[in-house]
Design a binder for this molecule. Sequence first.
Ligand code: TA6
Length: 282
Amino acid sequence: MAATSVIVLDRSNNTTCTINLHGATVVSWRVNNQEQLFVSKLAVFDGKKAIRGGIPFVFPQFGPWSFGPNHGFARIVRWTLERGPERLPNGDVEAVLSLMDTDFTRSMWNYPFRITYRIILREKELHFHIGVYNPSKELAFSFNLLLHTYLKVPDVRKCQITGLHGCTFIDKTRDGAIYQEGREVATINEWTDRIYQHTSQEHIITNVVSGRKMRLQKYNFPDTVIWNPWLDKARETPDFGDDEYPNMVCVEAGHVSSPVLLLPGTAFEASQILQVIVNPKR
Ligand code: TA6
C-alpha cells in the first residue's frame, strides 16, 4: 500500500491545513471552515506534474530552466514528513517536511542540499519557515526560492495589493520589459505576470475569501511575483479551467531576481506568514 501523501494539520474549530508531500504543496488552508487557497478543479494529482494551486514550493529555479522543468524540481518530487503533525502547548499545530538531493535531482543539478520546511497552523495564520543547507565541504551553489501561493478570491478585479508602490518590476507580459509601479495599490484587470523587486516585507491583499483581507509577511524573500493568467492563458493551460481566473490571484514571496549564493557548510533561512485579517480596522 502506497505510503500516505497527504498530511492534515487540524487545529479544531474547523481550522485545518492539508499538505501533499508531492512538492510539499499546501493544498488547503481552512479558517473556520473557509478555504483560503485556490486549487484548480482540473489540478492533476498523479505525481507527474506540479499541483495547479495551493502553495507549491519553487526551488532551485524560478521560471524557465535549461537544466530541468519550469520552476525547478522541488514542486514535482515527493518530500519526507520529518515530524508531526504535532499540537504545540499553545494549541498551534506544526509539521516539518524535508527534501534532500537524490539521483533524480543530481541528474539535473549536481549539488548536495538539505531543505527543512516547517509549517505552523495558528488560529488565523499559517507560518512557513524554510532552511536551505549546503552540506558540501567545498562546493558552493546558488538557487532561487519562492512560495507559489494561489489565493482564492471571489473576484480578482476587486482585489487591491499593497506593498508594491515604487518598486521596479519585470513585466513578463511585455517581453520582460522593466517598469516601476506607480500605483499606491496594485489591481488586476488583465493578464498579469510581474516580478516585483525589493518589495515591502508586508503586503495586504483585499477582497479575499468572505471579503476579508489577507496579510502576507515575508523575511529574506526580497521579491514578490504577482500572477493571474486571465482568459487566454487560462485557455492555454490544460490544468486550469477557462472560467477560473477570476477566482484566484498569485502573490508569491520569493528570492528570484537574484539567486541566493550558499557557501559550503552554510544555511539560508526565509519565512512567510499568511494571516486572515478578521478585524477590518487592522
Ligand atoms: O509565477 C508566475 C509564473 O511564473 C507564470 O509565468 C506562470 O508560468 C506560472 O508561474 C505558472 O507556471 P507553471 O509552470 O506552474 O504553469
